[in-house]
Design a protein around this ligand. Structure first.
Ligand SMILES: N[C@@H](CCC(=O)N[C@@H](CS)C(=O)NCC(=O)O)C(=O)O
Length: 198
């Protein structure tokens, strides 16, 4: 299988950590830079976004949630607990991690637009949403074991993106439990090796 990524993409980081944790044979292919109008990823589908996964059968999967779920299923469930209640908790966490990532991504793009094109209302709304997500992650992850699953992977990738693009959020401030959990997660090789390079 081939996993297409770009170095600092938080979405691709999730797929890369999931691929490594799955134990499957996945070749990581750097698809950057992504801006070209005739980018080679367009041969695989309309999006030309990362992550993208070419399966052993030649199928091309896009969208992080689909790719990571596929890797979990193919690995025999390495990224989701078997117990139904525990699996639901992981999915709940994965949802908040995904929500935070989308929020941060949207907000960061808005903040990088020309001053006259920015929407202060959008930025304020997304900053508030991000803060609610940090609080939710602090509630659910403080004191928890630093283990890789679909939920913790989504959460740590979103927090890493916050470090890079939103230092002004200071997500560790007042959230010592979440900060300690993230620090413990960074001891994992796949998590550490894919941390944004900024
Ligand atoms: N909804 C997509 C988002 C992926 C995404 O936006 N990836 C960005 C990099 S972080 C990308 O490929 N951007 C290239 C472009 O917009 O042309 C997912 O969950 O995989």
């Amino acid at each position: 299988m081939k996993l297409f990524y770009s170095g600092n993409s938080p979405y691709a980081r999730r797929a890369r950590i999931a691929a490594r944790a799955s134990g499957l044979a996945v070749e990581e292919v750097d698809a950057s830079p992504l801006a070209a109008e005739d980018h080679f990823l367009l041969q695989h589908g309309p999006g030309a976004k990362v992550p993208g996964l070419e399966t052993d059968a030649g199928t091309y999967l896009c969208e992080t949630l689909i790719i990571t779920r596929y890797l979990n299923d193919l690995s025999g469930g390495k990224l989701l607990p078997i117990d139904a209640a525990a699996a639901e908790a992981v999915l709940e966490l994965e949802g908040v991690g995904s929500l935070l990532m989308d929020t941060l991504f949207h907000c960061s793009h808005e903040k990088r637009r020309e001053a006259g094109e920015q929407s202060p209302a959008v930025i304020a709304k997304e900053d508030l949403r991000a803060n609610r997500c940090y609080d939710a992650l602090d509630s659910s992850l403080a004191g928890q074991e630093a283990a890789l699953n679909l939920g913790t992977i989504a959460a740590i990738a979103a927090l890493g993106y916050a470090d890079w693009r939103h230092p002004e959020h200071d997500w560790r401030g007042g959230r010592a439990g979440l900060a300690a959990w993230a620090e413990a997660m960074m001891q994992d090789q796949a998590v550490a090796e894919t941390y944004p390079d900024f």
